[in-house]
Design a protein around this ligand. Structure first.
Ligand SMILES: [Zn+2]
Ligand SMILES: [Zn+2]
Length: 244
């Protein structure tokens, strides 16, 4: 952009940090101030090679976590960009519940530079990139599906992004209202497939906003595989950290 034009832009459209809302001087590449940027934690090894659980305490090499060993998942690999903690949590809340989508171009820039996105999107060569769907009633209420917007932000102009295969058959309570087995019951028979022939033998990359226990993506992966998908992998914006 021309310097003069950029100066004009900065004047007309001042930018603010997505997390602390401090004004940012010149139109920056990432809409985070230096302090908030420093506090964002990117996910990296050591982690569980299956569910992507991060080992923050007494780190050793990558190894399967207890949950994955006890009960194999329907997906082969789940990865996330960030740990789900402040200051990112605030940004995700504003995005999901207040419709503030200004964060998306910054997520695109992060995604471009993070190895886990290239690993799942390019190296693994999924045939389809599928966002976790919302029920039409929730979609009407919110106006957008955050998982679809994230899929497009992580993989801009990628024709593999497909939002009309996996659907939510019935409205469900937010998963945050439940723990453990109740999370699975809440999602039982909640997802379905339209046009299953498009899934046969396909490798799917499932996209969601936050990986908490993985119940939602696991349920989606099960439905996708039952319908004929060869493999399901998962990429989320953030992952809840478990301390142990
Ligand atoms: Zn800030
Ligand atoms: Zn695991």
């Amino acid at each position: 952009m021309q310097p003069l034009l950029k100066a004009l832009f900065d004047l007309l459209l001042p930018s603010f940090c997505l997390a602390c809302e401090k004004p940012l001087g010149s139109l920056p590449e990432l809409l985070f101030c230096k302090d908030c940027l420093k506090r964002l934690r990117f996910i990296r090894s050591p982690l569980c090679p299956c569910c992507g659980r991060v080992y923050l305490v007494a780190p050793s090499g990558d190894h399967h976590c207890g949950a994955c060993l006890a009960k194999p998942r329907h997906f082969t690999r789940a990865r996330a960009l960030f740990l789900y903690e402040e200051p990112l949590k605030k940004v995700v809340h504003r995005f999901k519940y207040q419709g503030k989508t200004a964060c998306l171009p910054s997520f695109t820039r992060f995604a471009k530079n993070l190895p886990q996105v290239a690993e799942l999107g390019e190296v693994e060569r999924p045939d389809l990139i599928v966002p976790v769907p919302l029920h039409p009633s929730r979609l009407r209420e919110r106006g957008f599906n955050q998982a679809l917007l994230l899929a497009r932000a992580f993989f801009p102009k990628d024709r593999r992004v497909t939002a009309d295969l996996l659907v939510r058959l019935r409205p469900t309570e937010p998963q945050t209202n439940f723990n453990g087995a109740a999370r699975r019951t809440n999602l039982k028979n909640a997802f379905g497939i339209v046009k299953p022939h498009r899934l046969t033998g396909k490798k799917i990359l499932l996209i969601d906003d936050v990986f908490t226990t993985g119940t939602t993506v696991n349920e989606c992966a099960m439905v996708l595989k039952k319908a004929g998908a060869a493999e399901v992998m998962v990429l989320t914006l953030a992952r809840v950290k478990e301390d142990y």
